[in-house]
Design a protein around this ligand. Sequence first.
Ligand SMILES: [Zn+2]
Length: 391
Amino acid sequence: MGSTVITGIGSLVTNDPSIGDGPLGLLSDAAVVVADGRIAWVGPAASAPAADEGFDAGGRAVIPGFVDSHSHLVFAGDRTAEFNARMSGAAYTAGGIRTTVAATRAASDAALDANVARYFAEALRQGTTVLECKSGYGLTVEDEARALRIAGRHTDETTYLGAHVVSPDYADDPAAYVDLVTGPMLDACAPYARWVDVFCERGAFDGDQARAVLTAGAKRGLVPRIHANQLTEGPGVQLAVELGAASADHCTHLSDADVAALAAASGTTVATLLPGAEFSTRAAYPDARRLLDAGATVALSTDCNPGSSFTSSVPFCIAVAVREMGMTPDEALWSATAGGAAALRRTDVGRVAVGARADLALLDAPSHVHLAYRPGVPLVAAVWRGGERAA
Ligand SMILES: [Zn+2]
Protein backbone atom coordinates (compact mmCIF):
# COMPACT_ATOMS: atom_id res chain seq x y z
CA MET A 1 0.00 0.00 0.00
CA GLY A 2 1.44 3.39 -1.01
CA SER A 3 1.28 6.62 0.93
CA THR A 4 -1.40 9.29 0.59
CA VAL A 5 -1.23 12.92 1.66
CA ILE A 6 -4.55 14.60 2.51
CA THR A 7 -4.09 18.34 2.07
CA GLY A 8 -6.43 21.30 2.28
CA ILE A 9 -7.89 20.30 5.66
CA GLY A 10 -9.58 23.49 6.87
CA SER A 11 -10.00 22.13 10.39
CA LEU A 12 -8.49 18.91 11.73
CA VAL A 13 -9.55 17.26 14.99
CA THR A 14 -6.62 15.18 16.27
CA ASN A 15 -7.73 14.58 19.90
CA ASP A 16 -4.07 15.09 20.73
CA PRO A 17 -3.51 18.30 22.74
CA SER A 18 0.23 18.10 22.02
CA ILE A 19 -0.50 18.58 18.30
CA GLY A 20 -3.07 21.39 18.31
CA ASP A 21 -5.40 23.60 20.32
CA GLY A 22 -7.47 22.49 23.28
CA PRO A 23 -8.59 18.98 24.23
CA LEU A 24 -9.45 18.29 20.57
CA GLY A 25 -5.93 19.20 19.44
CA LEU A 26 -7.41 21.34 16.66
CA LEU A 27 -5.24 22.31 13.70
CA SER A 28 -6.29 24.61 10.87
CA ASP A 29 -4.86 24.47 7.34
CA ALA A 30 -3.57 21.00 8.11
CA ALA A 31 -2.40 17.94 6.24
CA VAL A 32 -2.21 14.24 7.15
CA VAL A 33 -0.03 11.58 5.57
CA VAL A 34 -1.28 8.00 5.63
CA ALA A 35 1.05 5.06 4.96
CA ASP A 36 0.68 1.32 5.59
CA GLY A 37 -2.70 1.86 7.21
CA ARG A 38 -1.33 4.23 9.85
CA ILE A 39 -1.00 7.96 10.34
CA ALA A 40 2.57 8.72 9.26
CA TRP A 41 2.60 12.52 9.60
CA VAL A 42 0.32 15.31 10.88
CA GLY A 43 0.99 19.02 10.66
CA PRO A 44 0.56 22.30 8.78
CA ALA A 45 -0.32 21.83 5.11
CA ALA A 46 2.51 24.16 4.12
CA SER A 47 5.14 21.72 5.38
CA ALA A 48 3.49 18.45 4.34
CA PRO A 49 5.92 15.92 2.88
CA ALA A 50 5.39 14.36 -0.53
CA ALA A 51 3.47 11.09 -0.91
CA ASP A 52 2.54 8.65 -3.66
CA GLU A 53 -0.98 10.04 -3.95
CA GLY A 54 -2.77 13.22 -2.95
CA PHE A 55 -6.29 14.05 -1.81
CA ASP A 56 -7.48 17.64 -1.51
CA ALA A 57 -9.99 18.16 1.30
CA GLY A 58 -10.90 21.52 -0.19
CA GLY A 59 -10.94 23.42 3.09
CA ARG A 60 -13.31 21.01 4.78
CA ALA A 61 -13.02 19.42 8.24
CA VAL A 62 -11.45 16.04 8.98
CA ILE A 63 -12.11 14.17 12.22
CA PRO A 64 -11.08 10.76 13.61
CA GLY A 65 -13.50 8.00 12.59
CA PHE A 66 -16.24 7.55 15.19
CA VAL A 67 -15.68 4.78 17.74
CA ASP A 68 -19.15 3.43 18.55
CA SER A 69 -18.67 1.29 21.64
CA HIS A 70 -22.20 -0.09 22.11
CA SER A 71 -24.49 -1.83 19.62
CA HIS A 72 -26.71 -4.89 19.32
CA LEU A 73 -26.70 -5.81 15.64
CA VAL A 74 -27.00 -9.59 15.49
CA PHE A 75 -30.77 -9.77 15.22
CA ALA A 76 -33.62 -10.52 12.88
CA GLY A 77 -37.12 -9.16 12.67
CA ASP A 78 -38.52 -5.77 13.30
CA ARG A 79 -40.18 -3.86 16.15
CA THR A 80 -41.93 -1.14 14.22
CA ALA A 81 -45.23 -2.00 15.87
CA GLU A 82 -43.75 -1.71 19.35
CA PHE A 83 -42.19 1.68 18.49
CA ASN A 84 -45.47 2.85 17.03
CA ALA A 85 -47.35 1.75 20.17
CA ARG A 86 -44.80 3.49 22.40
CA MET A 87 -45.08 6.72 20.44
CA SER A 88 -48.84 6.32 20.91
CA GLY A 89 -48.47 6.15 24.69
CA ALA A 90 -47.30 2.66 25.72
CA ALA A 91 -44.33 2.41 28.16
CA TYR A 92 -40.91 0.91 27.37
CA THR A 93 -39.96 -2.21 29.32
CA ALA A 94 -37.08 -4.67 28.99
CA GLY A 95 -39.60 -7.35 27.92
CA GLY A 96 -39.77 -6.31 24.25
CA ILE A 97 -36.37 -7.90 23.75
CA ARG A 98 -38.11 -11.29 23.70
CA THR A 99 -39.81 -10.41 20.43
CA THR A 100 -36.43 -10.05 18.77
CA VAL A 101 -35.16 -13.22 20.46
CA ALA A 102 -37.87 -15.29 18.76
CA ALA A 103 -37.12 -13.81 15.33
CA THR A 104 -33.36 -14.16 15.75
CA ARG A 105 -33.53 -17.82 16.78
CA ALA A 106 -35.63 -18.53 13.69
CA ALA A 107 -33.23 -16.80 11.28
CA SER A 108 -30.51 -18.52 9.25
CA ASP A 109 -26.83 -17.75 9.75
CA ALA A 110 -26.78 -16.13 6.33
CA ALA A 111 -29.72 -13.87 7.16
CA LEU A 112 -28.13 -12.75 10.42
CA ASP A 113 -24.77 -12.17 8.74
CA ALA A 114 -26.40 -10.10 6.00
CA ASN A 115 -28.15 -7.98 8.62
CA VAL A 116 -24.91 -7.32 10.50
CA ALA A 117 -23.14 -6.44 7.25
CA ARG A 118 -25.93 -4.07 6.29
CA TYR A 119 -25.87 -2.13 9.55
CA PHE A 120 -22.07 -2.03 9.73
CA ALA A 121 -22.03 -0.57 6.20
CA GLU A 122 -24.71 1.93 7.19
CA ALA A 123 -22.63 3.03 10.20
CA LEU A 124 -19.46 3.26 8.10
CA ARG A 125 -21.12 5.61 5.64
CA GLN A 126 -21.89 7.85 8.62
CA GLY A 127 -18.27 7.92 9.74
CA THR A 128 -18.08 4.99 12.19
CA THR A 129 -14.81 3.09 11.74
CA VAL A 130 -14.91 0.99 14.93
CA LEU A 131 -18.17 -0.61 16.04
CA GLU A 132 -18.65 -2.86 19.05
CA CYS A 133 -21.33 -5.54 18.70
CA LYS A 134 -23.10 -7.61 21.35
CA SER A 135 -24.88 -10.93 21.35
CA GLY A 136 -28.04 -11.15 23.43
CA TYR A 137 -30.91 -12.08 21.12
CA GLY A 138 -30.23 -15.82 21.15
CA LEU A 139 -30.27 -16.66 24.87
CA THR A 140 -29.42 -20.32 24.27
CA VAL A 141 -25.91 -21.78 24.30
CA GLU A 142 -25.99 -22.38 20.55
CA ASP A 143 -27.68 -19.12 19.58
CA GLU A 144 -25.41 -16.90 21.68
CA ALA A 145 -22.25 -18.59 20.36
CA ARG A 146 -23.63 -18.26 16.83
CA ALA A 147 -24.29 -14.54 17.32
CA LEU A 148 -20.72 -13.94 18.47
CA ARG A 149 -19.22 -15.99 15.64
CA ILE A 150 -21.18 -13.88 13.17
CA ALA A 151 -20.35 -10.58 14.91
CA GLY A 152 -16.68 -11.56 14.88
CA ARG A 153 -16.67 -11.60 11.08
CA HIS A 154 -17.34 -7.85 11.18
CA THR A 155 -15.54 -6.54 14.27
CA ASP A 156 -12.92 -7.46 16.88
CA GLU A 157 -15.05 -5.75 19.52
CA THR A 158 -17.46 -8.56 20.33
CA THR A 159 -19.40 -8.69 23.59
CA TYR A 160 -21.04 -11.68 25.22
CA LEU A 161 -24.47 -10.54 26.43
CA GLY A 162 -26.18 -13.83 27.27
CA ALA A 163 -27.50 -11.86 30.26
CA HIS A 164 -29.57 -9.45 28.17
CA VAL A 165 -32.85 -10.64 29.68
CA VAL A 166 -33.79 -13.93 31.32
CA SER A 167 -34.50 -16.36 28.50
CA PRO A 168 -38.22 -17.03 28.08
CA ASP A 169 -37.30 -20.71 28.45
CA TYR A 170 -36.31 -19.95 32.07
CA ALA A 171 -39.09 -17.51 32.97
CA ASP A 172 -39.93 -19.52 36.10
CA ASP A 173 -36.33 -20.08 37.18
CA PRO A 174 -34.08 -17.04 36.65
CA ALA A 175 -31.41 -18.52 38.94
CA ALA A 176 -31.03 -21.50 36.62
CA TYR A 177 -30.65 -19.13 33.70
CA VAL A 178 -27.83 -17.27 35.49
CA ASP A 179 -26.18 -20.66 36.06
CA LEU A 180 -26.41 -21.32 32.33
CA VAL A 181 -25.02 -17.88 31.44
CA THR A 182 -22.10 -18.27 33.86
CA GLY A 183 -21.53 -21.93 32.94
CA PRO A 184 -22.07 -23.75 29.65
CA MET A 185 -23.09 -20.64 27.70
CA LEU A 186 -19.97 -18.79 28.82
CA ASP A 187 -17.84 -21.80 27.87
CA ALA A 188 -19.31 -21.75 24.37
CA CYS A 189 -19.09 -17.99 23.92
CA ALA A 190 -15.80 -16.98 25.55
CA PRO A 191 -13.65 -18.00 22.55
CA TYR A 192 -15.56 -15.55 20.35
CA ALA A 193 -15.85 -12.59 22.71
CA ARG A 194 -13.58 -9.86 24.06
CA TRP A 195 -16.08 -8.42 26.56
CA VAL A 196 -18.81 -9.61 28.92
CA ASP A 197 -21.91 -7.50 29.56
CA VAL A 198 -25.14 -7.72 31.57
CA PHE A 199 -28.39 -5.72 31.59
CA CYS A 200 -28.60 -4.75 35.27
CA GLU A 201 -32.13 -3.40 35.60
CA ARG A 202 -35.54 -4.13 37.06
CA GLY A 203 -37.08 -6.73 34.74
CA ALA A 204 -33.65 -8.03 33.72
CA PHE A 205 -30.86 -8.87 36.24
CA ASP A 206 -30.36 -7.55 39.78
CA GLY A 207 -27.04 -6.53 41.31
CA ASP A 208 -26.13 -9.98 42.65
CA GLN A 209 -26.95 -11.67 39.36
CA ALA A 210 -25.01 -9.03 37.42
CA ARG A 211 -22.02 -9.51 39.70
CA ALA A 212 -22.12 -13.27 39.12
CA VAL A 213 -22.23 -12.81 35.33
CA LEU A 214 -19.39 -10.29 35.18
CA THR A 215 -17.08 -12.09 37.58
CA ALA A 216 -17.60 -15.39 35.77
CA GLY A 217 -16.78 -13.70 32.47
CA ALA A 218 -13.71 -12.02 33.95
CA LYS A 219 -12.42 -15.39 35.13
CA ARG A 220 -12.55 -16.50 31.50
CA GLY A 221 -10.55 -13.46 30.39
CA LEU A 222 -13.49 -11.33 29.22
CA VAL A 223 -13.43 -7.71 30.37
CA PRO A 224 -16.65 -6.47 32.01
CA ARG A 225 -18.91 -3.70 30.75
CA ILE A 226 -22.48 -3.20 31.95
CA HIS A 227 -25.89 -1.79 31.06
CA ALA A 228 -26.38 0.32 34.18
CA ASN A 229 -28.94 2.76 35.57
CA GLN A 230 -30.93 3.11 32.35
CA LEU A 231 -34.53 3.00 33.55
CA THR A 232 -34.03 3.47 37.28
CA GLU A 233 -31.31 4.13 39.82
CA GLY A 234 -29.74 0.83 40.80
CA PRO A 235 -26.53 -0.96 41.70
CA GLY A 236 -25.09 -1.12 38.17
CA VAL A 237 -22.76 1.88 38.23
CA GLN A 238 -21.29 1.03 41.62
CA LEU A 239 -20.77 -2.55 40.48
CA ALA A 240 -19.00 -1.36 37.32
CA VAL A 241 -16.59 0.76 39.32
CA GLU A 242 -16.00 -1.93 41.92
CA LEU A 243 -15.18 -4.54 39.28
CA GLY A 244 -13.08 -2.17 37.16
CA ALA A 245 -15.43 -2.49 34.18
CA ALA A 246 -14.36 -0.72 31.00
CA SER A 247 -17.65 1.15 30.88
CA ALA A 248 -20.98 1.70 32.55
CA ASP A 249 -23.47 2.25 29.76
CA HIS A 250 -26.62 4.42 29.84
CA CYS A 251 -26.04 6.19 33.21
CA THR A 252 -29.39 7.92 32.87
CA HIS A 253 -30.48 7.73 36.52
CA LEU A 254 -27.53 8.48 38.79
CA SER A 255 -27.25 9.32 42.48
CA ASP A 256 -24.60 11.77 43.65
CA ALA A 257 -22.61 8.77 44.87
CA ASP A 258 -22.79 7.20 41.38
CA VAL A 259 -21.46 10.38 39.79
CA ALA A 260 -18.68 10.60 42.37
CA ALA A 261 -17.75 6.95 41.78
CA LEU A 262 -17.55 7.43 38.01
CA ALA A 263 -15.45 10.57 38.47
CA ALA A 264 -13.04 8.75 40.79
CA ALA A 265 -12.78 5.88 38.30
CA SER A 266 -12.36 8.13 35.24
CA GLY A 267 -9.15 6.42 34.12
CA THR A 268 -10.73 2.97 34.29
CA THR A 269 -14.50 3.05 33.86
CA VAL A 270 -16.02 5.24 31.16
CA ALA A 271 -19.59 6.55 31.46
CA THR A 272 -21.10 5.73 28.07
CA LEU A 273 -24.21 7.75 27.23
CA LEU A 274 -26.69 6.43 24.66
CA PRO A 275 -29.14 9.21 23.86
CA GLY A 276 -30.75 7.26 21.02
CA ALA A 277 -32.40 5.14 23.70
CA GLU A 278 -33.98 8.09 25.47
CA PHE A 279 -34.98 9.59 22.13
CA SER A 280 -36.66 6.38 21.00
CA THR A 281 -38.40 5.69 24.30
CA ARG A 282 -39.39 9.33 24.87
CA ALA A 283 -37.51 9.32 28.16
CA ALA A 284 -35.45 11.95 29.99
CA TYR A 285 -31.85 12.18 28.76
CA PRO A 286 -28.79 11.48 30.91
CA ASP A 287 -27.09 14.58 32.31
CA ALA A 288 -23.72 14.66 30.58
CA ARG A 289 -22.91 18.07 32.10
CA ARG A 290 -23.14 16.67 35.61
CA LEU A 291 -20.74 13.83 34.76
CA LEU A 292 -18.27 16.04 32.91
CA ASP A 293 -18.22 18.70 35.62
CA ALA A 294 -17.50 15.98 38.19
CA GLY A 295 -14.55 14.73 36.10
CA ALA A 296 -15.93 11.49 34.66
CA THR A 297 -14.75 10.23 31.27
CA VAL A 298 -17.77 10.24 28.94
CA ALA A 299 -18.34 8.30 25.72
CA LEU A 300 -21.23 8.73 23.30
CA SER A 301 -22.61 5.75 21.41
CA THR A 302 -25.67 4.76 19.40
CA ASP A 303 -26.84 1.61 21.26
CA CYS A 304 -28.07 0.61 17.81
CA ASN A 305 -30.71 -2.11 18.30
CA PRO A 306 -34.15 -2.80 16.87
CA GLY A 307 -36.09 -2.16 20.08
CA SER A 308 -35.01 0.93 21.96
CA SER A 309 -32.60 2.83 19.68
CA PHE A 310 -32.70 1.93 16.02
CA THR A 311 -30.15 4.46 14.85
CA SER A 312 -26.63 3.76 13.59
CA SER A 313 -25.89 7.48 13.38
CA VAL A 314 -23.24 8.89 15.71
CA PRO A 315 -23.79 12.37 14.23
CA PHE A 316 -27.41 12.13 15.36
CA CYS A 317 -26.27 11.24 18.89
CA ILE A 318 -23.82 14.17 18.89
CA ALA A 319 -26.59 16.58 17.91
CA VAL A 320 -28.90 15.27 20.66
CA ALA A 321 -26.10 15.32 23.25
CA VAL A 322 -25.37 18.96 22.49
CA ARG A 323 -29.01 20.05 22.37
CA GLU A 324 -30.37 17.99 25.26
CA MET A 325 -27.55 16.78 27.52
CA GLY A 326 -25.47 19.86 28.20
CA MET A 327 -22.43 18.88 26.14
CA THR A 328 -20.45 21.39 24.10
CA PRO A 329 -19.87 20.47 20.45
CA ASP A 330 -16.20 19.84 21.30
CA GLU A 331 -17.08 17.53 24.20
CA ALA A 332 -19.58 15.58 22.12
CA LEU A 333 -17.08 15.08 19.29
CA TRP A 334 -14.39 13.95 21.75
CA SER A 335 -16.78 11.54 23.46
CA ALA A 336 -17.82 9.97 20.15
CA THR A 337 -14.21 9.38 19.10
CA ALA A 338 -11.59 9.37 21.88
CA GLY A 339 -14.26 8.62 24.50
CA GLY A 340 -15.45 5.58 22.58
CA ALA A 341 -11.85 4.44 22.20
CA ALA A 342 -11.36 4.76 25.98
CA ALA A 343 -14.53 2.72 26.56
CA LEU A 344 -12.99 -0.02 24.39
CA ARG A 345 -9.55 0.49 25.98
CA ARG A 346 -8.06 1.28 22.59
CA THR A 347 -5.24 3.76 22.00
CA ASP A 348 -4.82 3.03 18.28
CA VAL A 349 -8.14 4.62 17.27
CA GLY A 350 -10.12 7.75 18.17
CA ARG A 351 -7.25 10.14 17.43
CA VAL A 352 -5.19 11.42 14.53
CA ALA A 353 -1.58 11.14 15.63
CA VAL A 354 1.51 9.45 14.24
CA GLY A 355 1.22 5.69 14.67
CA ALA A 356 -2.56 5.64 15.12
CA ARG A 357 -4.68 3.60 12.71
CA ALA A 358 -5.61 5.79 9.76
CA ASP A 359 -9.35 6.04 10.50
CA LEU A 360 -10.63 9.39 9.24
CA ALA A 361 -13.90 11.03 8.27
CA LEU A 362 -14.10 14.01 5.92
CA LEU A 363 -17.05 16.32 6.63
CA ASP A 364 -18.86 18.40 4.05
CA ALA A 365 -18.46 21.29 6.48
CA PRO A 366 -15.75 23.70 7.60
CA SER A 367 -15.73 22.40 11.18
CA HIS A 368 -16.86 19.52 13.41
CA VAL A 369 -19.27 21.93 15.12
CA HIS A 370 -21.57 21.49 12.12
CA LEU A 371 -22.37 17.94 13.30
CA ALA A 372 -24.54 19.53 16.01
CA TYR A 373 -25.26 22.80 14.20
CA ARG A 374 -26.77 20.99 11.18
CA PRO A 375 -28.66 18.05 12.75
CA GLY A 376 -29.94 15.38 10.42
CA VAL A 377 -27.82 16.51 7.48
CA PRO A 378 -25.57 13.80 5.99
CA LEU A 379 -22.26 15.63 6.42
CA VAL A 380 -19.85 12.69 6.15
CA ALA A 381 -18.35 12.99 2.66
CA ALA A 382 -15.62 10.34 2.77
CA VAL A 383 -14.26 7.75 5.21
CA TRP A 384 -10.87 6.07 5.46
CA ARG A 385 -10.42 2.97 7.62
CA GLY A 386 -6.97 1.57 8.16
CA GLY A 387 -5.79 3.93 5.42
CA GLU A 388 -8.18 2.56 2.81
CA ARG A 389 -10.95 4.65 1.37
CA ALA A 390 -14.01 2.83 2.79
CA ALA A 391 -16.91 5.15 2.01
ZN1 LIG B 1 -27.51 -1.81 24.91
